[in-house]
Design a protein around this ligand. Structure first.
Ligand SMILES: NC(=O)c1ccc[n+]([C@@H]2O[C@H](COP(=O)([O-])OP(=O)(O)OC[C@H]3O[C@@H](n4cnc5c(N)ncnc54)[C@H](OP(=O)(O)O)[C@@H]3O)[C@@H](O)[C@H]2O)c1
Length: 289
């Protein structure tokens, strides 16, 4: 297959490029410098030029807190932009695989969210991502919308990275223990997106790391795995006010049965990420980290 990855310089986009190549596909990548998805004509032209069988959209306005003050800017990318790319793919008979988020849900559930559960975003970012889901589904019947959560990978700043840096310089960190979600390694999600690009099934898919934990649990696990001698103290969301509200409970599971692409448990994702991170650090320092 020929696959066009958009948002190709981002944390997930880089992994998607690599995963598509590993799967033996012919891959082309674009980011905002060569394709601004806000421009519908540019999207049409790039898809016409590259002639993909599938487009994987990893491009997004991803600053959740900044979106509270810049919802119009975020909506242009996450809503209209996603729709533009889906329409361009449709015009050329290509499938669109679009990445969305647990933030489309209100986050007050007491059981995991499945694909058919009612949405109800509580943040500007979540509203713009939901607008993108609707725009993609409207513009291209041959669509996959893959919702994921708590993403980390070697090609971008992420929570695990931040905690490991703090853990190396402090004796103790306080971490929120009242938000539950699904940590997801980009190295697991990217091949899942490629699989979804290859398979005929369409619609919504929940694609997050299996299992669930709190940010506190994730930090504890990362410190244990790296022998980081920093204590982790549980704290509450109320003690860490942020501009955008965070979902308290946004565990994602799939009800898609045989069509589902089930990711490995988040603990395996963390282990994979830490190994990839250590390999990069060792390459930079010329020895084992
Ligand atoms: N990170 C998470 O925890 C998380 C959780 C759930 C879902 N997601 C979703 O996963 C996807 C990938 O996220 P990520 O963490 O890999 O994000 P990321 O690292 O911020 O990558 C997004 C990429 O899109 C580019 N971009 C922004 N505006 C664009 C535009 N108008 N046209 C084309 N490209 C544009 C960005 O360029 P600039 O850097 O120059 O802006 C960046 O290279 C997104 O759909 C996001 O909503 C992420």
């Amino acid at each position: 297959m020929r696959i066009l990855v958009v948002g190709a310089y981002g944390m997930l986009g880089r992994e998607a490029m690599a995963a598509a190549r590993v799967a033996g596909h012919d891959v082309e990548g674009r980011d905002v410098d060569t394709l601004d998805i806000v421009d519908p004509q540019a999207a049409l032209e790039v898809v016409a030029d590259t002639e993909p069988d599938a487009v994987i959209n990893c491009a997004a306005f991803t600053n959740v807190d900044a979106a509270e003050d810049q919802e119009d800017v975020a909506l242009a990318v996450n809503g209209d932009g996603a729709g533009n790319l889906a329409a361009a793919a449709a015009a050329h008979g290509a499938r669109i695989v679009h990445v969305s988020t647990d933030y489309v849900f209100p986050g007050d559930a007491t059981r995991p969210y499945v694909e058919s559960d009612a949405t109800g975003p509580r943040s500007a970012y979540g509203r713009t991502k939901l607008a993108g889901e609707l725009a993609v589904a409207r513009a291209n019947p041959d669509h996959v919308i893959a919702r994921t959560a708590w993403l980390f990978g070697v090609h971008g700043r992420n929570f695990v990275d931040t905690m490991l840096e703090l853990g190396a310089s402090r004796d103790s960190v306080a971490v929120v223990d009242d938000q539950v979600g699904c940590p997801t390694w980009a190295g697991h999600l990217a091949p899942a997106l490629v699989t979804l690009a290859q398979r005929p099934a369409t619609g919504l898919f929940h694609t997050a790391g299996a299992g669930s934990c709190t940010w506190f649990d994730l930090t504890r696990a990362a410190f244990d795995a790296t022998d980081t001698a920093c204590s982790v103290e549980p704290t509450t969301t109320a003690n860490f006010p942020r501009p955008a509200p965070r979902p308290a409970f946004s565990v994602l599971v799939s009800e898609r049965g045989a069509d589902a692409v089930v990711l490995p448990p988040w603990e395996e994702g963390l282990a994979g990420y830490l190994a990839a991170r250590a390999a990069i650090q060792s390459k930079h320092t010329g020895g084992p980290s």
